[in-house]
Design a protein around this ligand. Sequence first.
Ligand SMILES: [Zn+2]
Length: 298
Amino acid sequence: MSYRRTLRQEVGCTGIGLHSGRPVQLRLRPAPAEHGVRFRRVDVGVEIAATLGNLSRQDHATTLCQDGVSVDTVEHLLSALYALGVDDVLVEVDGPEIPILDGSAAPFVILIHEAGLRPLQVARQHLKVLKSVEVTRGGKWARLCPAEHFEIDYAIGFDHPLLRHQAMTFRVSGRSFTEMVAPARTFGFLREVETLRRNGLALGGSLENAVVIGESGVLNKLRYEDEFVRHKVLDAIGDLALLGHPLIGRLEASKAGHALHAAVAQKLLATPDAWELVAGSSAPRLDPALPSLRPAEA
Ligand SMILES: [Zn+2]
């Protein structure tokens, strides 16, 4: 039997919001069993639960909204919490978005290490996929299928010579996440940066927190040759965290993004015979190794 877990102690950090460009303070606080993951906007005194029902926008990041108050860019933090098995935590933030930090989930893994984990006296329930569900939009699709473990099989393809095709098959564990996925940074195309800024987005974006792809190459050093697909896996884990339970099943996705990840998760929950809650036998270990932020060998 595995037990729900929270943080052993409070931790925090400060960073810039990717879209607003403003400084944000973040604190992660221990929470009681069954609290789940909740965000508290301390500047306006509203709490927002990390659930699929509170999803609002999912274009360039995942936004949660409750009682008319939102919190943006939650997916990298949710991904680290979900992969490392933190079930119950209160996330305090003093503005409308989670700091982007270096554009990956590695700083959140380091924060969770600093806090440590504490088991709670309540068994954790896993969400086991029993029947495949699929969502298709144009040439893009995402499918959740039965599997023995939490696995992801992801392929991307963009209309750019550097990014025609990358694929990754990944079994999610605390260790594999820390080593292979957490340091992968968010990415964007130089040609799209101007459009984003005109729409008031990515005002805090820079080469410090995103991999930027120009016409002839990448403007900064990559951490992995296939950092792009690894980041998509990171995003997908963060979006699936909104299921509210550790997943036993496989996500298969092609050219998908936040909206499709959420749509397939919603479709699963809306299909009662496609899943069940089961007692889990193990929780992810907090691997002693911290994520490496070194660039890939040339
Ligand atoms: Zn991302």
